[in-house]
Design a protein around this ligand. Structure first.
Ligand code: GLP
Length: 223
């Protein structure tokens, strides 16, 4: 494991974008695992600029996203599909048909999870998985629990996550209470994982996750 400490959000975004760009350069047909949240927005901006400048080509890239709110479809501006389209996919030359986000509106979420994991397996696994981290240590939407959950599955969101994510909604009541998330299996099977954390508020959880014991109450500690 390698820790890279930088001084500004811009430096963080540039470093993360450099690592993702390098992945695409060494393996143009790669599978990128992508994340939402505010942390990767700067990274995506830099990748968009690189693509516009002709430095990286997304045309052969496939992407799989970590998670989605249950009940929000891609036309909802709070859905993670919408986030990915507006923050990255609409602005680069990726084939949208090769961008995957779990379907939070699937009638059978268990079957959706199984199909999502099978698809990742069929793609040959994830070459580089980008992650943010929640204040409670969640990655994707894997919340603190008594055990680490392997497959893509439905989760009940913690009160603290609902509160933290309420800033993106009109009110806290509008934040969905459940989500579907890639589990620890696909994340841990990724050939490389790049976790980014920004700001003083994340300091305590980073210390716990990477310098404390491996504990499902701190999901990122599995890394
Ligand atoms: C959400 C996402 C996570 C993300 C987390 C942190 O809960 N499901 O993938 O890492 O938010 O978000 P932020 O980067 O805005 O702190």
């Amino acid at each position: 494991m390698k820790y890279i400490v930088v001084n500004t959000y811009e430096e963080l975004s540039n470093k993360a974008a450099d690592l993702i760009a390098a992945q695409i350069l060494v393996k143009p047909h790669c599978v990128l695992g992508l994340a939402t949240g505010s942390s990767p927005v700067g990274t995506y901006k830099r990748l968009i600029a690189d693509n516009a400048a002709g430095k990286i080509d997304f045309s052969t890239v496939t992407s799989v996203n970590l998670d989605e709110y249950v009940g929000l479809d891609g036309s909802n501006d709070q859905s993670y599909r919408y986030f990915m389209n507006t923050n990255l996919f609409d602005h680069v030359n990726i084939d949208k048909a090769k961008t995957f986000v779990p379907n939070g509106c699937a009638a059978d979420l268990k079957a959706e999870g199984e199909a999502y994991d099978a698809m990742i397996r069929d793609l040959g696994g994830i070459d580089l998985q980008l992650l943010g981290i929640g204040l409670d240590g969640h990655i994707g939407f894997n919340e603190p629990d008594y055990y680490f959950t392997g497959p893509t599955h439905e989760v009940k969101l913690d009160e603290s996550t609902i509160r933290a994510n309420a800033r993106f909604f009109q009110s806290e009541d509008e934040v969905p209470k459940t989500a579907i998330t890639m589990g620890m299996q696909s994340i841990m099977q990724a050939k490389k994982v790049l976790l980014i954390a920004n700001g003083a508020a994340k300091k305590a959880i980073i210390e716990k996750a990477f310098f404390g014991p491996i504990d499902p109450q701190v999901p990122a500690s599995i890394l």
